[in-house]
Design a protein around this ligand. Structure first.
Ligand SMILES: O=C(O)CCC(=O)C(=O)O
Ligand SMILES: [Fe+2]
Length: 242
């Protein structure tokens, strides 16, 4: 396969994980600051270009809205994450129909790195979110809707005020193949992300280490973006575990 993984810096990558823990075929690509789109099929790159461009408009709007919910001026998040040169990754996932031998999960539990994550799907069902009470909730996304999830770097910046939630994908009892398109919108790779001073005081001590976005993506042993693992657990300061 042309886009089979060769190294962690591949800008476009295809993979097939078919094991008890994960059942997913995917194409991942870096989509910002530069879009790396496959040449084939011919119209695909135009569609990707349009989708990623429109999605960045949505993300800009979210950055403004979230800044305001935090009581700041609307450029606060954009500046804190240097979003204009933000590092985005697109992941297109295909989950097979469940078969007993393949186990119950399409994608095991995790949080996503970044600022916000946008998700669309072709058929409903499979995505589950862990509630505060520790219960898995089936996430139903209306047809043509875009689900927005919060990423680890927003949790770090707000010192835990906003949380990046744990989620997973089940394929258990799923009778149809499902495709999801996920775009992770992150800070600029070289931007140092730490809890902002506005969220830290005697009552709310710093809960996270200060690292660049790139370093936090490297946290799991490789330049993770294309494998995009969350490393928020390693970034939590031990004395503040709650
Ligand atoms: O496919 C899904 O519903 C979720 C995928 C996901 O969590 C991810 O790509 O980070
Ligand atoms: Fe995720």
């Amino acid at each position: 396969m042309m886009y089979s993984r060769k190294g962690p810096l591949d800008t476009i990558q295809w993979g097939l994980n078919s094991s008890f823990g994960e059942n997913r075929e995917y194409i991942k690509l870096f989509s910002h600051p530069h879009l790396y789109a496959p040449f084939k099929p011919p119209a695909f790159s135009n569609i990707l270009e349009e989708y990623t461009k429109e999605m960045r408009i949505v993300v800009d709007g979210l950055a403004k809205a979230i800044s305001k919910t935090l009581g700041f001026e609307e450029k606060y998040i954009e500046k804190a994450f240097k979003l204009k040169s933000g590092f985005d990754v697109m992941s297109m996932n295909l989950y097979p129909v469940n078969s007993r031998t393949k186990g119950p999960f399409g994608f095991p539990e995790h949080t996503d790195p970044g600022f916000v994550i946008a998700l669309t799907q072709d058929v409903d069902g499979g995505l589950q979110i862990l509630s505060h009470q520790g219960k898995w909730i089936n996430c139903h996304i209306p047809h043509h809707a875009i689900l927005i999830q919060l990423g680890d770097q927003l949790e770090i910046l707000t010192n835990g005020k906003y949380k990046s939630h744990i989620h997973r994908v089940t394929v258990d009892n799923i009778m149809v193949e499902r495709i999801s398109v996920v775009t992770l919108h992150g800070p600029s790779l070289h931007k140092v992300i730490s809890p902002a001073k506005e969220f830290v005081d005697d009552e709310h001590p710093k809960k996270y280490h200060e690292v660049t976005y790139k370093e936090s993506l490297e946290g799991n042993g490789l330049f993770g973006p294309i494998d995009l693992h969350s490393s928020i657990a390693e970034l939590r300061l031990p004395q503040n575990l709650d």
